[in-house]
Ligand binder design. Structure first.
Ligand code: HAM
Length: 432
């Protein structure tokens, strides 16, 4: 057991301190803005669910089999921290039966017991959307377009979209059979992990990055060549929609995703500026059988999850959204060396008037208070010394104008109006 002074975040988790956390605020606000503008409403679901909820979405996947944070509560119930967002959304849909199409978004932590490294965490954060109740291929286009727009609006230019179709209950079994026959002949050439395990989920072998599996499956059959008429038409319409919206994509017939529920359209977005092992910044697809699987009526669904941690890493790699550009600076820092009462009253008044204001505490020297004012990056200082206090006034100083900038004395009753006017003028001169 670590002593108290050695307490640290558990492996694979991180603290996000200010000012870095300001980027998270911006990222979440932009995500919300992008998807709410398209009619998605926020869904807040519990961070843990009954274990079976997650087992339904991926009984044969590593995420569910090996990486889940599962536990028994004091009442002996088997629960698990959510490893991804879709299962909870579908569970909520089945539980509440909202009107379709049901369009929701979420931004929340997910938990996977993975080998932690740069870009791969045990607690990561996903921003996602899900649409339940329509199989219109234009919805596939909308969902993909929203992910694309979000990255583009952040200023990321090196994000690449790959798409595939995984077929449906009609054509997937036919393809699976063809792939199984292929893999039976090649099993001996597969990597150590898949030499036996391929039988549980043959499609997953196509996703294996180990050279043995890549070489052994180079000429494996592809689902896109086995699509039934309905799936082929659906997929053609999705590609046509992406073309119409000017969203560049490549077809990747080997794209199979890490969860069991996918049908038809699947996609992944990768940031070329990141290390290739951890460069997927988002992914998603259709899951037309999942609602039924969870006990609901037959209801198609589609969505995506964007890895927000990795998105910020991609922003670093491309030099966009720097922390310094997003942290909102204070408007006013109040310096009071007349006892502290003025600082207390003025900051309260300024905050009530909608200005961002802060002050020093503990009766510190004027010099130390000015230092804090500079460090706060506030635009203006309000200064109250014994003279100003006696005259019922305060001095206003432009903190960006250098050490020699003059001060103006203003009556306390007109202070808020004067500060607002000065800040407005500063904004106009910045924008000119
Ligand atoms: P996923 O591909 O497993 O899909 O995760 C979505 C995104 O979350 C990934 O592209 C990646 O950016 C990020 N991510 C996943 N695991 C980690 C990790 N350990 N550390 C950092 N980032 C990570 C899903 O979870 C599906 N629920 C997406 C979806 C929604 N499909 C349909 N609707």
């Amino acid at each position: 057991m670590a002593s108290t002074s050695e307490f640290k975040t558990p492996n694979g988790t991180r603290d996000v301190l200010p000012p870095e956390s300001a980027r998270w605020e911006v990222l979440l606000a932009r995500f919300a803005r992008t998807v709410e503008a398209a009619g998605y409403g926020l869904l807040i679901s519990p961070m843990f669910e009954h274990l079976e909820v997650f087992q339904r979405v991926g009984a044969s996947t590593d995420i569910v089999r090996k990486e889940m944070y599962q536990f028994q509560d004091k009442g002996g119930r088997e629960l698990a921290l959510r490893p991804e967002g879709t299962a909870s959304v579908v569970r909520a849909f089945v539980q509440h039966r909202p009107q379709v199409p049901w369009k929701v978004w979420y931004a929340a932590p997910s938990f996977r017991y993975e080998r932690a490294q740069a870009g791969r965490y045990r607690q990561h954060h996903q921003g996602g959307i899900e649409v339940l109740g329509t199989e219109d291929p234009d919805v596939d286009v909308e969902v993909i377009a929203l992910a694309w727009e979000f990255f583009a609006a952040l200023g990321l230019r090196q994000v690449h979209l790959r798409i595939n179709s995984l077929g449906d209950a009609t054509c997937r079994p036919v393809y699976r059979q063809a792939l199984t026959e292929f893999l039976e002949r090649r099993a001996g050439l597969l990597c150590d992990e898949h030499r036996e395990a391929w039988k549980d989920n043959p499609l997953r072998v196509l996703d294996c990055k180990k050279p043995d599996c890549v070489a052994a499956t180079a000429d494996a059959p592809h689902q896109v060549d086995y699509l039934c008429d309905a799936c082929r038409t659906h997929f053609a319409r999705v590609r046509e929609g992406l073309d119409a919206l000017g969203i560049p994509f490549s077809l990747d017939p080997r794209l199979v995703r890490g969860l069991d529920y996918y049908t038809r359209t699947t996609f992944e977005l990768a940031a070329a500026a990141l290390e290739s092992a951890q460069n997927a910044v988002g992914g998603g697809g259709r899951y037309d059988g999942l609602v039924e699987e969870m006990g609901g009526p037959p209801t198609p669904g589609i969505g995506f999850g964007i890895g927000l941690d990795r998105t910020l890493l991609a922003c670093d790699a491309e030099g966009v959204l720097p922390a310094a550009s997003v942290a909102a600076p204070l408007d006013v820092y109040v310096v009071d060396f007349a006892g502290g009462g003025a600082a207390r009253d003025i900051t309260a008044e300024l905050r009530a008037a909608g200005l961002r204001a802060d002050r020093a505490f503990d009766g510190r020297s004027p010099k130390s208070q000015f230092k804090s004012a500079d460090r706060s990056r506030a635009r203006l200082a309000v200064i109250v010394g014994p003279d100003e206090a006696a005259a019922g006034e305060a001095a206003v100083k432009d903190l960006r104008a250098g050490a020699d900038a003059g001060q103006r004395r203003v009556g306390r009753s007109g202070l808020v109006a004067e500060l607002k006017q000065t800040l407005r003028l500063m904004d106009t001169s910045i924008n000119m």
